[in-house]
Design a protein around this ligand. Structure first.
Ligand code: MG
Length: 397
């Protein structure tokens, strides 16, 4: 069973404060309205989406829905009721059998709620999600209580509210033409028209974002959910060694450093980036640099080793992971590394797209001992920490 949905986004949204109406305020970097639209776009029961926007909000709307496939929006009227009516009338060119009407400021509508409303429309003319009222309700004037309302049997109505299309269009027209009636939701219009309205369970999350506090709380909750979503924390280790050979510079962490020798190797011999690549691959169990870039392959001759790091980062991105930090230790008697550490961290920050505060580059000598002490070559160690989306196999027991 599929339905069209009318999303009402025509309000001025002034109670939430700020420069733009609340439906265009950002939540986790995305406009509230876009979250709402995406909730319906991803539901298999929704065949089309008609958004109703406020006059003068065209540019805000276009920016908010960039890249989404939607019919042009219609402009709302002076009241919510008038706006919904315009949205419904826009659907009349190709009338659906069922229609859902939803507030743009309820971005957290659950797919189960949409499914419930649709399923109940099989047996009912009108269906709303609602929650039983749990607070005691007071009637007051100027902060002074005049009485207590009977709470039993009271429900707080949410959206999406579902209807048979022709029935609700007709009810809206009658209500719109009747003088002195102004309804704040569509079920009220259905009731006014004598239709039976059924209730399905709503969710606490599906409450309407109205005030600046609501938006802030939603933002905090989403940040927390994102943090929990990346709770599969892993550490990877990498090691590499290259011999010194002929040359007048070496490349470490993508930075060219003048030296009386070069490092020998098939690529640019950036021992630090090779260790780092292995560390990142190590977090993913994706083998090592030689697996992805065989030294026998001539295309990597003289290659900028940033290519190898980019490949490891690509594999991390494919798993929707984030790099938390990297820690690189270079071991050489010469050249002096310290003067180049700032440039190396800056180059790594660029390469890894993380803050330099998450990148450490340290250096030590080998106290003139062994092959490093004899200046035959140098060594790099790297650690990388990544955070991946949690899964039942995340290591919890
Ligand atoms: Mg190497």
């Amino acid at each position: 069973m599929t339905a069209s949905v009318v999303i009402v986004a025509a309000g001025a949204g002034i109670r939430a404060g700020g420069e733009v109406p609340k439906q265009y305020r950002l939540l986790a970097g995305k406009p509230v309205l876009r979250h709402t639209i995406e909730a319906f776009l991803s539901h298999p029961g929704i065949a089309s989406i008609q958004v109703v926007i406020g006059e003068g909000h065209e540019a805000l709307y276009e920016a908010a829905v960039e890249g989404l496939k939607l019919p042009p929006p219609v402009t709302g009227g002076a009241t919510r009721q008038a706006s919904v009516r315009r949205g419904l009338e826009a659907l009349e060119q190709a009338p659906p059998r069922l229609v859902l009407i939803h507030d743009a400021a309820r971005p957290f509508v659950a797919p189960e709620t949409i499914s419930h409303v649709l399923a109940y429309l099989d047996r009912h003319q009108a269906v709303i999600p609602a929650l039983p009222v749990s607070d005691t309700l007071k009637k007051a004037t100027a902060n002074i209580v005049e009485g207590t309302a009977e709470r039993a049997g009271l429900w707080a109505a949410q959206t999406p509210q579902g209807f048979h299309f022709t029935t609700i269009v007709e009810a809206h027209r009658l209500a719109g033409d009747a003088a002195g009636v102004d309804f704040t939701d569509d079920a009220s219009i259905a009731e006014w028209a004598g239709l039976e309205v059924a209730i399905v369970p709503g969710t606490v999350r599906n409450r309407k974002l109205t005030t600046a506090d609501d938006l802030k709380e939603a933002e905090n909750r989403m940040a927390m959910e994102r943090a929990f979503a990346l709770n599969d924390v892993r550490v990877g280790h990498g090691f590499d060694v290259h011999a010194f050979g002929d040359g007048d510079h070496i490349t470490l962490c993508g930075v060219k450093i003048p030296h009386d020798h070069g490092l020998s190797g098939h690529s640019d011999a950036d021992v630090a980036l090779h260790a780092l690549t292995d560390a990142i691959l190590g977090t993913l169990g994706e083998g090592d640099i030689g697996v992805h870039f065989p030294p026998s392959d001539p295309q990597w001759k003289g290659a900028d080793s940033a290519v190898f790091v980019a490949k490891a980062m690509e594999l991390l991105a494919a798993r929707e992971g984030r790099l938390a930090n990297v820690d690189i230790t270079l071991v050489a008697e010469a050249p002096k590394i310290a003067p180049h550490v700032a440039a190396m961290r800056a180059r790594l920050a660029e390469m890894l797209k993380i803050d330099p505060g998450r990148i450490a580059v340290k250096a030590t000598t080998n106290e003139n001992m062994g092959f490093i002490g004899r200046r035959e070559g140098m060594v790099a160690y790297a650690l990388a920490t990544v955070r991946l989306p949690g899964s039942p196999e995340s290591g919890d027991v």
